[in-house]
Design a protein around this ligand. Structure first.
Ligand SMILES: Cc1cc2nc3c(=O)[nH]c(=O)nc-3n(C[C@H](O)[C@H](O)[C@H](O)COP(=O)(O)OP(=O)(O)OC[C@H]3O[C@@H](n4cnc5c(N)ncnc54)[C@H](O)[C@@H]3O)c2cc1C
Length: 456
């Protein structure tokens, strides 16, 4: 490790640590939630605050080095080979303004820490399913939250952005700025965000949890969920996942070693109304798990029970305009455990407020999508290509209803982060406008280790 509190001709002047390959601490610094692969930068800056970020970007720009950013590694797409990696995980400052119902979060804040800070004021952020995901990375990708159908994309609730652009300038952006709109929905393409100011919502409890159905009921559960999502109010957001649960002690005994369908539900109305709403799902048959209850917002990470430990994963998705029975039948058939490599296959219910655009005109597109289909797998060291092909085959079954991809839910390397996938994340015409802005604000494509908006 090299620590510089002074300016050195070879290294950026930062108060946070700087690592080069071979240094003790380099491997720990590049490690993230995704373990299938990682960044291999020539230099890692462990940024402590915005000035460290500015210094690292300015250094990289001066030396013509590309820049990667990592907070947690959940959303690693294009790994850096050389260049400068800015690790933001030490930037954990959170400031809540309860009367304004806002939070200012620094670049390294994880969802769980923000939830904890917000609930202390009777408020909640618009976080997603996992409490270890980075708030900034999630929001820059749009952010489909637990309460997404009621409140819309998390990115629609950003009040201001503090960031460092490729010219080394520190900028504070607000709705109305063209860069503000472009940054929200494009990941790290336009610079390194040092802080976001976010709206919080006055939600203290949720009626939610899981219903889990055993193998013989999976097909019926999926059909019931499909029909049910056509009826439920916007205050209810849900997802269904079909998967083979590994037969390992870390898994709950009730589902271990079984093929199950899990419906994850979050509803902000009254518990009585919640009970009434879920009756058609319970009518499918006996549940292996039925833990629907009123829970404090602090406990809502249990709704999806995402794995907390780092692991290898890869995934494709498709945003769907509709979900007829033909689509669920074909998708389920292709993802069945007996047909090859195990796949975690599922749908999230979209629509509601996700379909409505705010006035800032942010770069989150395909608002007519009513569902997102997802296929996830865990590649081993030697079968990455086979896994990608299998996932692509599963997602292909819903191509007649596919209108594009969600960029947050594409996990994996180059196969999931190519120019074609990135373009498919946006509406026709929108991508070309983003390309023009990219050539203005990042003409040398300094910020290229992401789902890259390419120009020239
Ligand atoms: C288990 C799991 C659950 C998830 N659940 C949801 C969900 O419910 N809803 C949803 O919408 N998404 C979800 N995601 C996707 C997640 O939001 C994205 O992967 C997101 O990019 C993760 O951000 P991060 O900072 O944690 O990851 P990182 O890998 O650290 O960052 C991902 C990318 O975000 C960009 N980025 C991060 N920080 C900055 C910054 N300060 N400035 C500029 N760019 C930056 C960079 O391009 C970076 O490569 C989930 C992912 C996982 C693995």
């Amino acid at each position: 490790m090299t620590k510089t509190t002074h300016s050195s001709p070879e290294l950026p002047a930062t108060t946070g640590p700087v690592f080069q390959p071979g240094d003790t601490g380099y491997d720990a610094e590049i490690a993230g939630f995704q373990t299938a692969y990682s960044h291999r930068p020539a230099l890692v800056v462990g940024a402590m605050h915005a000035e460290d970020v500015r210094s690292a970007v300015e250094y990289a720009a001066r030396h013509g080095l590309p820049v990667a950013v990592q907070a947690t590694g959940h959303g690693l797409s294009v790994p850096a080979e050389g260049g400068v990696l800015i690790n933001t995980r030490r930037m954990t400052d959170i400031r809540i303004d309860a009367s304004a119902r806002t939070a200012r979060v620094a670049a390294g804040v994880q969802a769980g820490a923000l939830i904890e800070a917000a609930v202390a004021h009777g408020l909640a952020p618009l976080n997603g399913s996992s409490d270890t995901v980075g708030v900034v990375g999630y929001t820059l990708g749009g952010g489909i939250g637990l309460l997404a159908r009621e409140f819309g994309y998390a990115a629609e609730h950003v009040r201001s952005i503090e960031m460092v652009t490729a010219d080394g300038r520190v900028r504070r952006l607000a709705p109305g700025d063209e860069l503000f709109a472009a940054v929200l929905g494009t990941g790290g393409n336009f610079g390194v965000v040092t802080a976001l100011e976010l709206e919080l919502v006055p939600v203290t409890t949720v009626y939610g949890g899981q219903l889990r159905f055993d193998g013989p009921l999976v097909e019926r559960a999926l059909e019931a969920w499909r029909l049910w999502t056509g009826e439920v109010p916007e205050q209810l957001t849900s997802a269904i996942t079909m998967m083979d649960i590994p037969d390992i002690p870390q898994m709950p005994e009730a589902v271990r070693g079984r093929y199950v369908a899990t419906v994850a539900i979050a509803f902000t109305g009254s518990p009585e109304e919640g009970e009434r709403l879920v009756a058609p799902l319970r009518a499918v048959g006996p549940r292996l798990v039925d833990d629907l209850r009123v829970m404090p917002y602090l406990d809502t990470h249990a709704i999806h029970s995402d794995p907390p430990q780092p692991h290898p994963y890869t995934s494709f998705n498709a945003l769907l305009s509709d979900l007829p029975a033909d689509a669920t039948d074909a998708f389920l058939e292709a993802a069945r455990p007996e047909s090859g490599l195990p796949v975690i296959a599922g749908f999230r219910h979209l629509g509601g407020a996700l379909s409505r655009r705010g006035s800032a005109g942010i770069a989150v597109d395909h608002r007519q999508a009513r569902y997102v289909a997802r296929a996830i797998a865990m590649p081993g060291p030697d079968n990455a290509e086979m896994v990608d092909e299998r996932l692509a085959d599963v997602v292909k079954t819903v191509s007649p209803w596919t209108i594009g991809h969600n960029l947050n839910f594409l996990y994996g390397g180059p196969a999931q982060a190519g120019a074609e996938q990135t373009r498919a994340g946006y509406d026709d015409g929108a991508y070309d406008r983003l390309v023009a802005l990219k050539s203005t604000y990042d003409p040398r494509n300094l910020f290229r280790y992401n789902r890259n908006i390419q120009h020239g």
